[in-house]
Design a binder for this molecule. Structure first.
Ligand code: SF4
Length: 418
């Protein structure tokens, strides 16, 4: 994919680079549009009532697919390839959680750092190498190691993620433990947790994923202490080193991974706030600023969740949620949908194997499974809702729309020309 006629001369070592110059961006935008744009999706987006052909209707949520943070990360990755056309360009993990986008970048020679541990591979980097930091950021030890190697760094971390870092750093400075609503293995949460340790590394954090885990923490807070070993075992891998629940739950600040389910985050905030208040009211002379909260769900996640709630107010027979199986914000859209109607979490149109057979990710079994459903069968009218996570490109959404119609006997040209 290196275009030798149009490439820009690579910057010299150590030189500070702005890869988003107007000429580079012009080329990049054309490439990005070619890879991910869809006219069918653009058309459907403009029609609130959805698209009905024969007895089949497909509706799209008002908000879906690429968010501003993902768009920026992809633009920067493409621009990097353009500017550093002859250098080795690496990614820390995946640029975003979508296999189609990562595949496309790999084809352009932008690949994840090889090996099981990115940190080991960083030692092999030299000053001519280029490292792209993904939209969810990277933890501080990794960033420091990259800096030591002196390579070019293109940081695509989303501004909304950096706002969370700012908040947890402040908690650490104030001597507060960060309670992070998120998944301890998710890249963004790992990056946020490393910032919660503060500049001096003495800050503490605890990652809480479910309301059950939150209730366990709340009980511990109310009692003032408990079975410390059990606590540490339960949250193994999700707390700062040296974290002591008997000491470090006295003053807390809550933050969250930007892509969590908003209603769950709010419930967690309420439960933790109540537990701290009840504990402190029963202790004489206690200060009552032992709880702080900062809602760090990002705007794009919230908009996609709100748009799905809105679409669910209409009659739908089936919901398809398109996106990477490791995408947190996409999984939360599935959770919202499956409370209301048959919902399938699919990574691409090919998952719709036939009118009956759907290959999809089951959030409860945590694996891809096959389900047989009769909803699309027959000649009765069917309304299919489609939404997609913030990391899903429009071309994958288009493929899904076309596949639904195709299975119902309507070919792609008829959909495109309707
Ligand atoms: S989902 Fe939110 S935090 Fe993540 S990249 Fe998009 S806008 Fe940024």
């Amino acid at each position: 994919m290196k275009d030798t006629d149009t490439k820009t001369a690579a910057p010299k070592r150590g030189q500070r680079v702005n890869v988003r110059t107007p000429d580079v961006m012009q080329r990049v935008q054309a490439e990005v549009a070619e890879h991910y744009r869809s006219e069918v999706v653009d058309k459907l987006r403009a029609r609130n009532e959805g698209l009905t052909i024969g007895n089949t209707t497909v509706r799209l949520t008002k908000q879906f697919g690429f968010c501003y943070g993902v768009e920026r990360a992809i633009d920067l990755a493409y621009a990097t390839r353009n500017v550093f056309a002859d250098n080795d360009v690496y990614l820390i993990g995946e640029i975003i959680h979508n296999q189609e986008v990562n595949r496309q970048l790999a084809e352009m020679g932008v690949c994840p750092l090889p090996g099981d541990s990115a940190v080991d591979e960083i030692d092999k980097l030299g000053p001519d190498d280029v490292v792209i930091v993904p939209a969810f950021g990277a933890d501080t030890p990794t960033m420091e190691k990259i800096k030591e190697r002196g390579c070019h760094v293109i940081d695509t971390t989303c501004g909304d993620v950096m706002s969370v870092w700012k908040r947890v750093r402040k908690y650490a400075k104030d001597g507060r433990t960060s309670i992070i609503h998120g998944k301890s293995t998710h890249e963004e949460t790992r990056a946020t947790a490393s910032r919660a340790e503060g500049k001096d590394g003495k800050g503490n954090y605890l990652v809480v994923l479910t309301l059950d885990e939150c209730d366990y923490v709340c009980d511990y807070i109310r009692q003032g202490k408990g079975d410390k070993e059990d606590f540490l075992q339960r949250f193994s891998g999700g707390h700062s080193s040296g974290f002591d629940p008997d000491l470090h739950l006295s003053r807390i600040g809550v933050a969250n991974q930007t892509t969590m389910l908003k209603s769950e985050t709010e419930e967690m905030q309420r439960r933790l706030s109540t537990a701290i208040r009840e504990r402190d009211e029963s202790a004489e002379g206690s200060p009552n600023d032992n709880f702080q909260v900062f809602d760090t769900i990002c705007g794009a996640t919230q908009e996609r969740q709100d748009a799905l709630f809105e679409m669910l107010e209409n009659q739908l027979d089936l919901l398809l949620v398109v996106g990477g199986y490791n995408s947190s914000n996409t999984a939360h859209l599935v959770e919202i949908g499956e409370k209301e109607l048959p919902t399938f979490f699919i990574r691409e149109a090919d998952c719709l194997k036939s009118l009956e057979q759907v290959l999809h990710f089951d959030l409860h079994q945590k694996e891809e499974v096959t389900t047989y459903s009769k909803i699309l069968l027959g000649d009765d009218p069917v309304v299919v809702g489609i939404t997609a996570g913030a990391s899903c490109p429009n071309n994958l959404i288009e493929d899904t729309i076309l596949k639904v119609f195709k299975l119902r006997g309507i070919d792609a040209d008829e959909v495109k020309n309707h």
